[in-house]
Design a protein. Structure first.
Length: 103
C-alpha cells in the first residue's frame, strides 16, 4: 500500500493572492432585503455554509452580515438561494471583480 504525504491547503492564503476590483456603484449580488437580520435563518445558513469566500456571516449574537467585495464569482449563492435570499446575481462589469493569481 502506497502512503501519500498529508497536504494541508490554506484557502485563506490562496484567496489572498487574488486581486479584486470592487464596483462600488453596481453591486453584482443583491439580497431580497436591506434588513439582513430579517432574512430567513435557515436559508441564510445555507449561504454561510456554501460560500467559499465566506461573504455571508452570522456573529455570536446571531446578527447576519454580507459584503460582495471579495466575491470569487462562483455563483454558488445564486444556485443555493436564488429566489429566497439572493435577488440579483450577475457577473461584474468589464475590468471589475476577481482576477485570479496563482502564486
Amino acid at each position: 500500500m502506497t502512503s501519500f504525504p498529508e497536504i494541508i491547503v490554506n484557502v485563506d492564503e490562496l484567496i489572498s493572492v487574488n486581486r479584486y476590483e470592487v464596483d462600488e456603484d453596481n453591486a453584482h449580488i443583491e439580497l431580497n432585503s436591506q434588513d439582513i437580520d430579517s432574512l430567513d435563518d435557515v436559508e441564510f445558513g445555507k449561504l454561510v455554509r456554501v460560500c467559499p469566500a465566506a461573504l455571508y456571516k452570522v456573529d455570536s449574537d446571531g446578527h447576519k452580515s454580507f459584503d460582495y467585495a471579495g466575491c470569487l464569482e462562483c455563483g454558488t449563492c445564486r444556485i443555493a438561494c436564488e429566489g429566497t435570499i439572493v435577488s440579483k446575481w450577475e457577473q461584474p462589469g468589464p475590468t471589475m471583480g476577481v482576477q485570479y493569481r496563482f502564486g
